[in-house]
Design a protein around this ligand. Structure first.
Ligand code: 5GP
Ligand code: ZN
Length: 116
């Protein structure tokens, strides 16, 4: 169910434009507006779940599908072999700013560890 004031539900509905790089029946992947690496793609379920915890609790294979989609995008972007990072900011200390679960797929450069 789309949440009316949710930015990413609006992207799913194509009410707000985004550069979509991959789409399945239940997932969408699009470029981050403010990329932090040469490849920075957001991978989301089309359905609205607040964060990774809510998606994990959905228990219908959707979390698997988001992960599978993220890897497919990594292959498509040419970073599967060089390596990539998948980040789901979740919970008060994580820095999550958009409350529709999204995996940040980051790659194309050496990524620092630990992250900030
Ligand atoms: P968070 O901080 O919630 O983990 O990540 C939210 C991400 O969404 C940020 O990296 C931010 O750049 C991205 N973002 C925010 N608004 C938009 C938008 O309208 N379009 C796209 N493509 N990305 C957005
Ligand atoms: Zn949403």
């Amino acid at each position: 169910m789309a949440v009316t004031d949710c930015l990413f539900c609006k992207i799913v509905a194509k009410d707000i434009p985004a550069t979509i790089v991959h789409e399945t029946d239940r997932t969408l992947a699009f470029r981050d507006l403010n990329p932090q690496a040469p490849t920075h793609v957001l991978v989301i379920p089309k359905g609205h779940y607040e964060n990774a915890a809510a998606l994990a609790a959905a228990d219908d294979g959707l979390a698997d599908e988001v992960l599978t989609t993220a890897h497919a995008v990594a292959v498509q972007e040419g970073v599967a072999d060089s390596g990539y990072r998948l980040v789901f900011n979740t919970g008060p200390q994580s820095g999550q700013t958009v409350f529709h679960v999204h995996g940040h797929l980051l790659g194309g450069r050496d990524l620092l560890w630990p992250p900030g």
